[in-house]
Design a protein around this ligand. Structure first.
Ligand SMILES: [Zn+2]
Ligand SMILES: [Zn+2]
Length: 387
């Protein structure tokens, strides 16, 4: 599997960087390795392209979210391309929504600017950092996209699932094949009796005007009785959707061609499914990581212990060291969610919560008092230096 570029590293920003920091880093790097400042330097040019690609993704909230979520952003909707690990799409499954990706015109834009600006760096630069023009490409008038929300439970999200959705969509009319007209002979227009003209009175004057009903042709185009001439028909279709393992709240899937049919036989739009994952009572998800809170006794925390903890694949043994404090977190590597796109598993993070003994028993209270005498440590000593 090809390794995915680390766009954050490319821009030398932390993953927590905000939009402003990302933009600043990009500008700084783009200036540094701009081809005009490094004539003939292939390495700088390559770097320039990489920086632009990184910025292209990280500056677009939608792409950035996708990248943060899956570790890569693919230009093609085909899920096999970059991830490789995914099995072939199931019926009607078009992969996650990468359809609106605009390929980084980075190199192209820069060299076009170069030619146009006649080597004038300032002109090129303002052009380059000015508005981002996107060339609108004429597209055939396709049908509208449909949006559906899908609720799945915690385990379905982790393991993947296959669901059938009843989608209300406009499909091509079966009766007329989408043409909107039936095949019978065109009938005479009843308004003009086939003449194509009707009389209209304006004041006392009579005018002959083109018949508004038939448009002056004298004949009515037969309209399909099923779709009333629209060529489309509303129907409920059962669409099978495969949710890959590792889906999380907000994951968006595209099922190509299952949106509304286009008018007069134009291609259909796509069906987009946004996944909502119901929370689990115990396991909490943070991307591919699973987080849990683990209650431990004072003795376990103070002396150290080996504790059985639940994970999404069963029990695992966690060793906590002597002197563990509440809030301390331990990582069980690769016990998190399998991310088929990254080809890696997340971790399970275990947060320790120390529970005080109930001390219902006089003997227990006695031991605790004894402990207090033996352990004169003041856990609050530190806070007075901070306030
Ligand atoms: Zn029809
Ligand atoms: Zn007419």
């Amino acid at each position: 599997m090809a390794s995915q570029p680390d766009y954050y590293a490319t821009l030398s920003v932390p993953r927590s960087a905000n939009a402003d920091e990302i933009r600043k880093a990009y500008r700084r790097l783009a200036r540094k390795c701009h081809p005009d400042l490094n004539p003939g330097d292939k390495a700088a040019e390559e770097r320039f392209k990489k920086v632009q690609e990184a910025y292209d993704i990280l500056s677009d909230p939608k792409k950035k979210q996708m990248y943060d979520q899956f570790g890569f952003y693919s230009e093609s909707g085909a899920p096999g391309g970059a991830a490789g690990a995914r099995p072939g799409p199931g019926m009607g499954f078009g992969g996650f929504d990468f359809s609106d990706f605009v390929p980084p015109a980075a190199g192209g834009r820069a060299s076009a600017g170069h030619a146009g600006a006649g080597g004038n760096f300032r002109d090129l630069f303002s052009q380059f950092f000015g508005g981002r023009e996107r060339e609108e490409q004429p597209r055939p008038e396709r049908g509208g996209d449909l949006e559906y929300a899908l609720n799945i439970d915690f385990w379905q999200a982790i393991r993947g699932t296959q669901v059938r959705l009843n989608v209300n969509r406009h499909d091509g009319c079966a009766a007329c094949g989408g043409a909107g007209a039936d095949t019978g002979a065109a009938a005479l227009c009843p308004q003009c009796n086939g003449s194509g003209n009707v009389n209209q009175m304006v004041g006392a004057m009579k005018f002959s005007i083109g018949c508004p009903r038939c448009g002056g042709s004298g004949r009515l185009k037969n309209t399909c009785p099923s779709c009333h001439g629209d060529g489309r028909q509303a129907r409920t279709e059962s669409v099978e959707v495969r949710i890959p393992p590792g889906a999380q709240l907000g994951s968006r899937l595209r099922v190509a061609g299952k949106g509304n049919a286009g008018a007069m036989g134009a291609p259909a739009g796509d069906l987009y499914i946004t996944v909502r994952v119901e929370p689990h009572a115990f396991f909490r998800r943070d991307g591919d990581d699973i987080e849990i809170q683990l209650p431990v006794t004072v003795s376990e925390a103070a002396l150290g212990a080996k504790i059985e903890v639940p994970t999404i694949d069963g029990r695992a043994l966690l060793k906590i060291p002597q002197g563990t404090q509440t809030g301390q977190k331990f990582r069980l590597r690769e016990k998190g969610v399998e991310n088929t796109r990254k080809g890696a598993r997340g971790d399970q993070i275990v947060e320790v919560v120390i529970q005080a003994p109930k001390a219902n028993d006089e003997r227990v209270r006695e031991i605790l008092r004894e402990l207090a005498r033996l352990n004169p440590e003041d856990p609050r000593a530190d806070i007075w230096t901070k306030v």
